[in-house]
Design a protein around this ligand. Structure first.
Ligand SMILES: NC(=O)c1ccc[n+]([C@@H]2O[C@H](COP(=O)([O-])OP(=O)(O)OC[C@H]3O[C@@H](n4cnc5c(N)ncnc54)[C@H](O)[C@@H]3O)[C@@H](O)[C@H]2O)c1
Length: 305
């Protein structure tokens, strides 16, 4: 397939694009390097790249039309939540307005899959099931909820199958945004006692390899008779910041400990955010990584990079 990956120079793209190439697809990456990096784009294989901001019509649109994609994977978004909370306009312009431009360009495609997020869910102590109503609590989650509405209406209108992918907390090599694990790694350069906020809240930390295999499972099962559907992609395992810090330390041969510092608490924080991934398993996917295996692979990558 000819596959456009928007945001393909980012964290998830840096593993998804090589996977698509390895599986024999042709890829066009569109990215403006807001968070992504040029060195994350493969230089060999059937790969093209065009720099472009999805908020604007510029040369990337011509490159897209010339490439004439069969599959479209939308990863481009502004998504570091503290940044989004301070920059509503930018977040909405990229995530909603930019995504509309992507959909408009996808009318001739055989399928579109786009990153949504676990942030569409309201707080719930149990693993989230896709049947729950969407109740986002911040502007980032709001944009992903709007994206899902855009996808549903657009898919029916244009008769192109579209799938939303609700990613949970992703970690692994080449993470671009200063989430928990990059913050631990940064502090670990100079100390063993890692200063964090609330140590009790639990998140579904999902290794990036399991995210990419989930995206591929969805792409390979696009049924044109189903206009729109949506899937959780999360490991189904939950860990708190203390467990993540200690597991990372063990993988790196260090004795890292997490220390709770009140100034680092987020203004509002849910206690749990975990995936029920039964629906994705019906496509033959299963999580291959628990935290121990994921941080071991991350530590190996850190050593070699
Ligand atoms: N990382 C996570 O934990 C996580 C969790 C849930 C959902 N998601 C979603 O998954 C997708 C990929 O996330 P990621 O972790 O790879 O993030 P990322 O920030 O590394 O990737 C997003 C990419 O989009 C690009 N981009 C941003 N604004 C753009 C614009 N105006 N025009 C063109 N490109 C633009 C960035 O440069 C970056 O390369 C995003 O949509 C994100 O919202 C990520």
């Amino acid at each position: 397939m000819r596959v456009v990956v928007t945001g393909g120079a980012g964290f998830v793209g840096s593993l998804l694009v090589p996977t698509l190439l390895e599986q024999g697809h042709s890829v066009l990456v569109v990215d403006d390097f807001f968070a992504g990096k040029e060195e994350y784009i493969p230089t060999t294989g059937d790969i093209r790249f065009v720099k472009g901001d999805i908020r604007e019509d510029s040369e990337w649109v011509d490159a897209w039309k010339a490439f004439d994609p069969e599959w479209v994977v939308n990863l481009a978004a502004v998504h570091y939540i503290p940044y989004c909370n301070k920059n509503w306009q930018h977040t909405i312009d990229v995530n909603v307005g930019g995504f509309n431009r992507i959909l408009e360009l996808s009318k001739g495609a055989k399928g579109v899959v786009a990153a949504s997020s676990a942030a569409v869910y309201g707080p719930n102590d149990d693993p989230h099931h896709e049947s729950e109503p969407m109740q986002p609590t911040d502007v980032y989650g709001l944009t992903k909820k709007i994206n899902e509405d855009q996808m549903e209406v657009w898919s029916r209108w244009n008769k192109v199958p579209v799938r939303a992918m609700r990613f949970f907390n992703i970690y692994g090599p080449r993470e671009t945004n200063p989430h928990l694990i990059p913050e631990i790694l940064l502090q670990a350069e100079t100390r063993d006692d890692i200063q964090l906020g609330n140590l009790e809240t639990k998140r579904d930390f999902t290794f990036v390899g399991d995210i990419v295999s989930g995206v591929m499972a969805i792409l390979n099962n696009l049924d044109p008779s189903v206009p729109y559907d949506f899937y959780n992609i999360g490991s189904g395992y939950e860990y708190n910041a203390r467990e993540v810090t200690e597991a990372l330390g063990a993988a790196m041969g260090r004795n890292l400990t997490a220390v709770s510092v009140p100034e680092r608490y987020r203004p509002s924080d849910r206690m749990h955010l975990c995936a029920n991934n039964a629906k994705l398993q019906t496509l033959g996917w299963k999580a291959e990584y628990d935290l121990e295996r994921g941080v071991a692979e991350l530590a190996e990558w850190l050593k070699s990079s």
